[in-house]
Design a protein around this ligand. Sequence first.
Ligand code: FAD
Ligand code: SIN
Length: 522
Amino acid sequence: MVTSNYLVIGSGVAGLTFAVKIAQKFPNKNITIVTKGNEEESNTKYAQGGIAVVLNEEEDSFDKHIQDTLIAGDGLCDPEVVDMVVKEGPKRVHELIEWETNFDLNPEGTFDLGKEGGHSEYRVVHHKDITGFELERALLKRVYQLPNIRLLAHHFAIDLITDHHLEKENTNEISCYGAYVLNQHTGEILTIKAQHTLLASGGIGSVYGHTTNPIIATGDGLAMAYRAKTKIKDMEFIQFHPTAMYTPEGGSSFLISEAVRGFGAYLRTKEGHRFMLDYDSRAELASRDIVSQSIDSELKKTGDSCVYLDCTHLDIKAFKNHFPNIYDKCLEEHIPIETDWIPVVPASHYLCGGIIVDKDGKTSVNNLYACGECSRTGLHGANRLASNSLLEALVYAHNIYLDLCDAPKVNIPENIPPWNDDGTSIPKEHILIQHNLKQLQALMRDYVGIVRNNDRLHLAIKHLDLIYEEVEELYKKSKVTTTLCELRNMINVAHLIIQQSLNRKENRGGYYNISNIKKASK
Ligand code: FAD
Ligand code: SIN
């Protein structure tokens, strides 16, 4: 048993920012962060483009950023949330700078601002093309300086502790009291009790197999929240990034930042046709949903496996300075961008929906907060504007911190039981886990991809049910392992994506279902 004032699940931008703030404010309270891989492994670490924020008020304005966000979200953003996040953004970025995060500057000493799809102005602050890496570095450094934070790497949160574990009769009102956590090195399961728990567990890319996310993005927090009966919404809005580097084997793919298109790169078919001009007047800088759907349509027309990003006309010296990581990665793959085009395809990138939270980051379960990619704040609507995700995590980590500054004490029940795995044994059938994982990812890729239809969605539910039954059977008789829990979580997440896709009767933003068009034209 471990007792903590605050339990934070996840060490990306959302979890670390909150932990630093609350630890600084209350030096006598303790904060436990659990994270399932190395400290820095997260979607945050791989963020390239940067943080969208209005810092140049001569050319840019809050109004323009608000409008761009609302347009990308295709009518489904919460305008009050958009207003709040955009206006809070500059303060949160200045705070990062106080915490020694480095952002690129121009020779004149002003911020070097990038541009990405859907943005009407240059407003993305960045650190070369490794903004997320720099953020993690600065935040982790801060965490290590604070003695009241205990960061437990290689600790996997299995499930939230709720009234359900106390076998309470009245479960209308559910409260959270911490989490059961697996020490991935020893196999021991800790009961971490906490007055307040923050889910900052990131995204779901691995559910699709082909993704820009690292393999740890398995939607664990969402699945835990779902099992705890927390309200979850907008799961149908999966954002596919248009330009993941193409590799025939798929899997986790290297991202070619949208900022490269902001820098002037063109998208071309194998024959050299600059096809985005046929789809949108903003061409390569249309919002992501439009670019991904256009690429999908070109690939279906031509039967090709990828399209190409052409950088050959760009100032290569400036490119190398701006995107050193991308330049080097391309060279490593034998693609000299001075002469060769980069093969790219869309890949699953970001979940716009998630655990519903209010403006203070509160979920529908008492004492449980959610922040970052696992949460659904209303900022993104049907499609997230590029580089608004890091911004959202920073702003909401601050809001949650403010809310908890005044929160009343929570009495943690005495009778929380330890994890019970009586009658279970270590799973021997790893092939079963691997096989079901591959089936799940193929199912999501083939039936629940960029362009959906109801027949395929119904088939997906049917196939998913079979996978679910097989995995639940195994789970019931097994001691928990990370891979088994992750698979189980991904099945929960896939179910939510498919079910909420079927519930959506109208196409918006990143959601495109052919059956809805047929219905509308009848
Ligand atoms: P994450 O950074 O993903 O952190 C989640 C944490 O939770 C991890 O530490 C993980 O190990 C931990 N965790 C998960 N499950 C468990 C569990 N069961 N137990 C314990 N720990 C767990 N957004 C932008 O705004 N700008 C960009 O330029 C940008 N570029 C991107 C580039 C790439 C390649 C990718 C993948 C994403 C990019 N995004 C960008 C999106 C953005 O990076 C993420 O949405 C954001 O970083 C999410 O932060 P987070 O803290 O919510 O989650
Ligand atoms: C990118 O650099 O293209 C990713 C930006 C984002 O996902 O916001």
